[in-house]
Design a protein around this ligand. Structure first.
Ligand code: DAL
Ligand code: ZN
Length: 268
């Protein structure tokens, strides 16, 4: 009887071990509900990939007032490499602008950083931010960073098709190519383990987001599209989207009481 019980137990243990060692293909992952989701890769370039998984993106609100693209779009008044360059619906980066110091975001120790690129000049401060967040039990990840002009074109077109060709809906949540801070290589979208590293408005309810609101400026990072300022920024609230402007500028911006958009307008 004992022998039979032992045999049954070892059989069950080997079945369990087998399940634990099953590995998913690289483009599949298991979400919080134990559902396998396939990541849709929108555009893969030599540097900078933009992954959008429609099942995981909680779509930002398109309601409310935003300012529209003006008829007199002009070139950015500062160079793309300048940390204080104003990029918005009026000021456009050249299609050829690409930072020449892109490195993998993983150099900062941020989770998922091997998939994305950022300018090397921001890596040390990002590492300090990630280390500080870890000591406060916050587990940040990166879910988008540098996007080339071409990647931004694909990303914008993705949202156009998502919104059934509604241009005004798309313009509230996604920048047209040349108008995205992501082309600077100093902007990244954060996520965290709390929401299974997904990208979207669910991030606003996480401890990680609360931590960034309190602390990100200490490391030079500033939220790009804050809540309640949609008519000034031109975009829906994006709790996950942060741009690096350097520690002293971030401190000055925070003390001024201005949001990033207004602060940059005062410098451009
Ligand atoms: N989602 C922001 C506005 C961008 O596309 O750059
Ligand atoms: Zn973003």
């Amino acid at each position: 009887m004992f022998k039979i019980l032992n045999l049954i137990t070892s059989f069950l243990i080997s079945i369990l071990t087998l399940f634990n060692t099953i590995e998913l293909p690289q483009d599949e992952e298991i979400d919080d509900n134990n559902k396998i989701v396939i990541n849709e890769v929108i555009d893969v370039e030599e540097k900078g990939t933009e992954e959008i998984n429609p099942e995981e993106v909680v779509v930002p609100s398109t309601s409310g007032n935003r300012w529209e693209y003006p008829s007199d779009i002009v070139a950015c008044s500062r160079d793309g490499n300048d940390l204080l360059v104003l990029v918005n619906k009026k000021y456009q980066l050249p299609s050829t602008y690409k930072p020449n110091d892109l490195v993998k975001a993983s150099n900062s120790g941020i989770r998922r950083g091997e998939n994305y690129y950022l300018r090397s000049i921001i890596i040390d401060d990002l590492r300090d931010l990630v280390d500080a967040s870890k000591s406060d039990d916050i587990d940040l990840s990166v879910v988008s960073a540098y996007r080339s002009y071409a990647t931004q074109e694909s990303t914008y077109n993705y949202w156009i098709s998502y919104y059934n060709n509604c241009i005004s809906c798309t313009d509230k949540v996604s920048a047209r190519a040349g108008h995205s801070q992501h082309q600077l290589g100093t902007t990244l979208d954060f996520s965290s383990n709390e929401i299974g590293d997904s990208l979207g408005s669910q991030f606003g309810n996480t401890e990680a987001s609360r931590w960034l609101v309190e602390n990100a400026y200490l490391y030079g990072f500033v939220i790009g599209y804050p809540q309640g300022y949609e008519s000034t920024t031109g975009y829906s609230y994006e709790s996950w989207h942060y741009r690096y402007i350097g520690k002293s500028n971030a401190l000055e911006q925070k003390s001024s009481g201005m949001i990033l958009e207004t602060y940059l307008r005062s410098k451009n």
